[in-house]
Design a protein. Structure first.
Length: 160
């Protein structure tokens, strides 16, 4: 009986790992968005980068082994969440310049990491067969008890 219980617990833990990894990847993408916001604010660049966003969304069918609609829906939510966070940060920095962060990485380096992370996220999305309950279990542990609006946007693509 003990072995059966341990086997069930182990199976449940392994089954939940893709959900945890997916949510950690979403969280990491939002962290990177903070760096992108800083560079855009410093260089007076627009938050919207239509050509880059469209190139990413157009390439999705070849990047992901997912249904193209699912991959696009997921990445559109991630892009929108990133823009919401960038807008919030830049608005705050413009109203309170004393809160602006120090030096950061170059945009080209950050974009390379975002591209790698996008592939990882799509792989994790494909591997995740988690129920909404399993995903909800990990959200407070990864994002905290209260979600920011951009976190809600990012997560709506993995919840029904």
């Amino acid at each position: 009986m003990r072995i059966l219980v341990l086997a069930l617990l182990l199976t449940q833990a392994l089954w939940a790992q893709p959900a945890k990894m997916l949510l950690q990847g979403i969280s990491r993408r939002l962290e990177i968005s903070r760096e992108v916001a800083w560079i855009k604010w410093k260089r007076h660049l627009p938050i919207e980068d239509g050509p880059r966003e469209e190139a990413l969304l157009t390439a999705l069918p070849t990047l992901a082994g997912l249904e193209p609609e699912r991959a696009r829906h997921f990445m559109e939510a991630q892009i929108e969440a990133s823009k919401e966070l960038q807008t919030w940060l830049i608005d705050n920095w413009e109203s309170q310049p004393s809160y602006v962060p120090g030096q950061g990485r170059e945009l080209a380096e950050i974009r390379q990491e975002l591209d790698r992370l996008t592939l990882d996220l799509l792989t994790q999305l494909q591997a995740s067969h988690s129920s909404p309950d399993e995903i909800l279990l990990w959200i407070p542990q990864i994002f905290g008890a209260h979600l920011a609006p951009w976190e809600e946007t990012a997560l709506r693509s993995v919840l029904p």
